[in-house]
Write a protein that binds this ligand. Structure first.
Ligand SMILES: [Fe+2]
Ligand SMILES: [Fe+2]
Length: 176
């Protein structure tokens, strides 16, 4: 029962680290293009993805299941158009949303109530991340000819700069 969920959660840890890798790649791209606000946005999102992976690691430690860290594919660090990385990012957040729903469903199916409770936070988190990336895509699409407009928007609005979420599950290595 719990093992079946643990196996699926280990796979999700891989997806979260892959998302981290992809966001670092996007941040590097914008950094190289001297778009520091977009770069900062994606460096921070990358850390959030790492955080998600480490919350899942902590959960597996807490319930006494094994942790497997998978290989992560390399990612492109240059893109032909300024909007492409954000399109990719939004697609990724939507995909992760589906993965989270599937994990939630699996937890219910195997009657793993700890797992179901654990996954609840991620359901909420994905709603926020899809919305955040959708907003950024709107702005970047409107600023295609001049991404400095998107830079201004990020500097002014600080999208995604929510600060700590006290309801977030504990992450491995963060103490507490
Ligand atoms: Fe994530
Ligand atoms: Fe995400």
């Amino acid at each position: 029962m719990a093992e079946k969920f643990a196996k699926a959660l280990n796979e999700q840890i891989g997806h979260e680290f892959a998302a981290h890798q992809q966001y670092v790649a996007i941040a590097v791209h914008y950094d190289a293009e001297t778009l520091p606000q977009l770069a900062h946005f994606f460096y921070r999102q990358a850390l959030e993805e790492r955080g998600h992976a480490m919350m899942m690691v902590q959960y597996l430690l807490d319930v006494g299941e094994e942790v497997h860290l998978p290989d992560i594919k390399s990612q492109a660090t240059s893109y032909s158009a300024g909007v492409t990385p954000v399109e990719k990012a939004l697609a990724q957040e939507k995909r992760v949303g589906e993965e989270i729903f599937a994990l939630f469903e699996l937890a219910r199916e195997v009657k793993d109530y700890r797992a179901e409770q654990f996954m609840q936070w991620f359901v909420k988190e994905q709603v926020e991340e899809v919305a955040l990336m959708g907003d950024l895509l709107n702005v970047v699409e409107r600023s295609k000819e001049n991404l400095l407009l998107a830079e201004d928007y990020i500097a002014r609005e600080n999208p995604g700069e929510g600060g700590g979420d006290p309801t977030a599950p504990p992450a491995a290595g963060m103490g507490g």
